[in-house]
Design a protein around this ligand. Sequence first.
Ligand SMILES: [Zn+2]
Length: 171
Amino acid sequence: MALPRDYTGQTCSCARSLEVIGERWTLLIVRDAFYGVRRFRDFLAHLDIPRAVLAERLAALVEADVLSHDERSREYVITEKGRDLWPVVRSLAGWGEKYYAPNGALRTFTHADCGGKIDTASRCERCGQAVAAEDTIIGPGPGLKRGKRRTDPVAVALSRPRRLLEPMPLD
Ligand SMILES: [Zn+2]
C-alpha cells in the first residue's frame, strides 16, 4: 500500500506545514532560494537532484506561494510567505550542527548590521535583534573547510561570505 501523500487526519499546524515543506528535497530547495539561487540549472547543479523531482518540487512550491516563478526571466524567487520559513531553516541547520557536525558548523551566520553571531533562533547574540534572512551573512564554517569540497558554481559562491537572498551571480 502506498503511503498517503498528506496528513488529512491530523488537526495540527505542524502537519499542515509539512504538507507543504515535508517532502524530500523541498526544504533544501527553499534553503538554496535563501542562498540566492534562482535558476533551475543552479538548483540542479547544487542539489544533485533528479530533474523531474526538482521540476515537481519547484512547481509545488510555486503552487503553495513559497516561490514565485517569473515567466520572462524563468527565475524562481522566494516570496514573503517563503521568507517566513527562514527561522525554520536556520534552526534545522542549528540542530544538525549540534548533533551531526563533528568537525564543527558548516556555515557561519552573522548579523550584517553589527557583525554579531546569529544563534539558532535567528537572534543576534551581540545586539539581541531577531535577524531576518536579508540581514544575515553566511560564511564557510570550520566543518566546511575540513569536509569534501563541492565544485558546482553555487558551492563556490558559498565558499565566501555573502548576504542571504542576494541573487547568485553565476555567469
Ligand atoms: Zn546584531
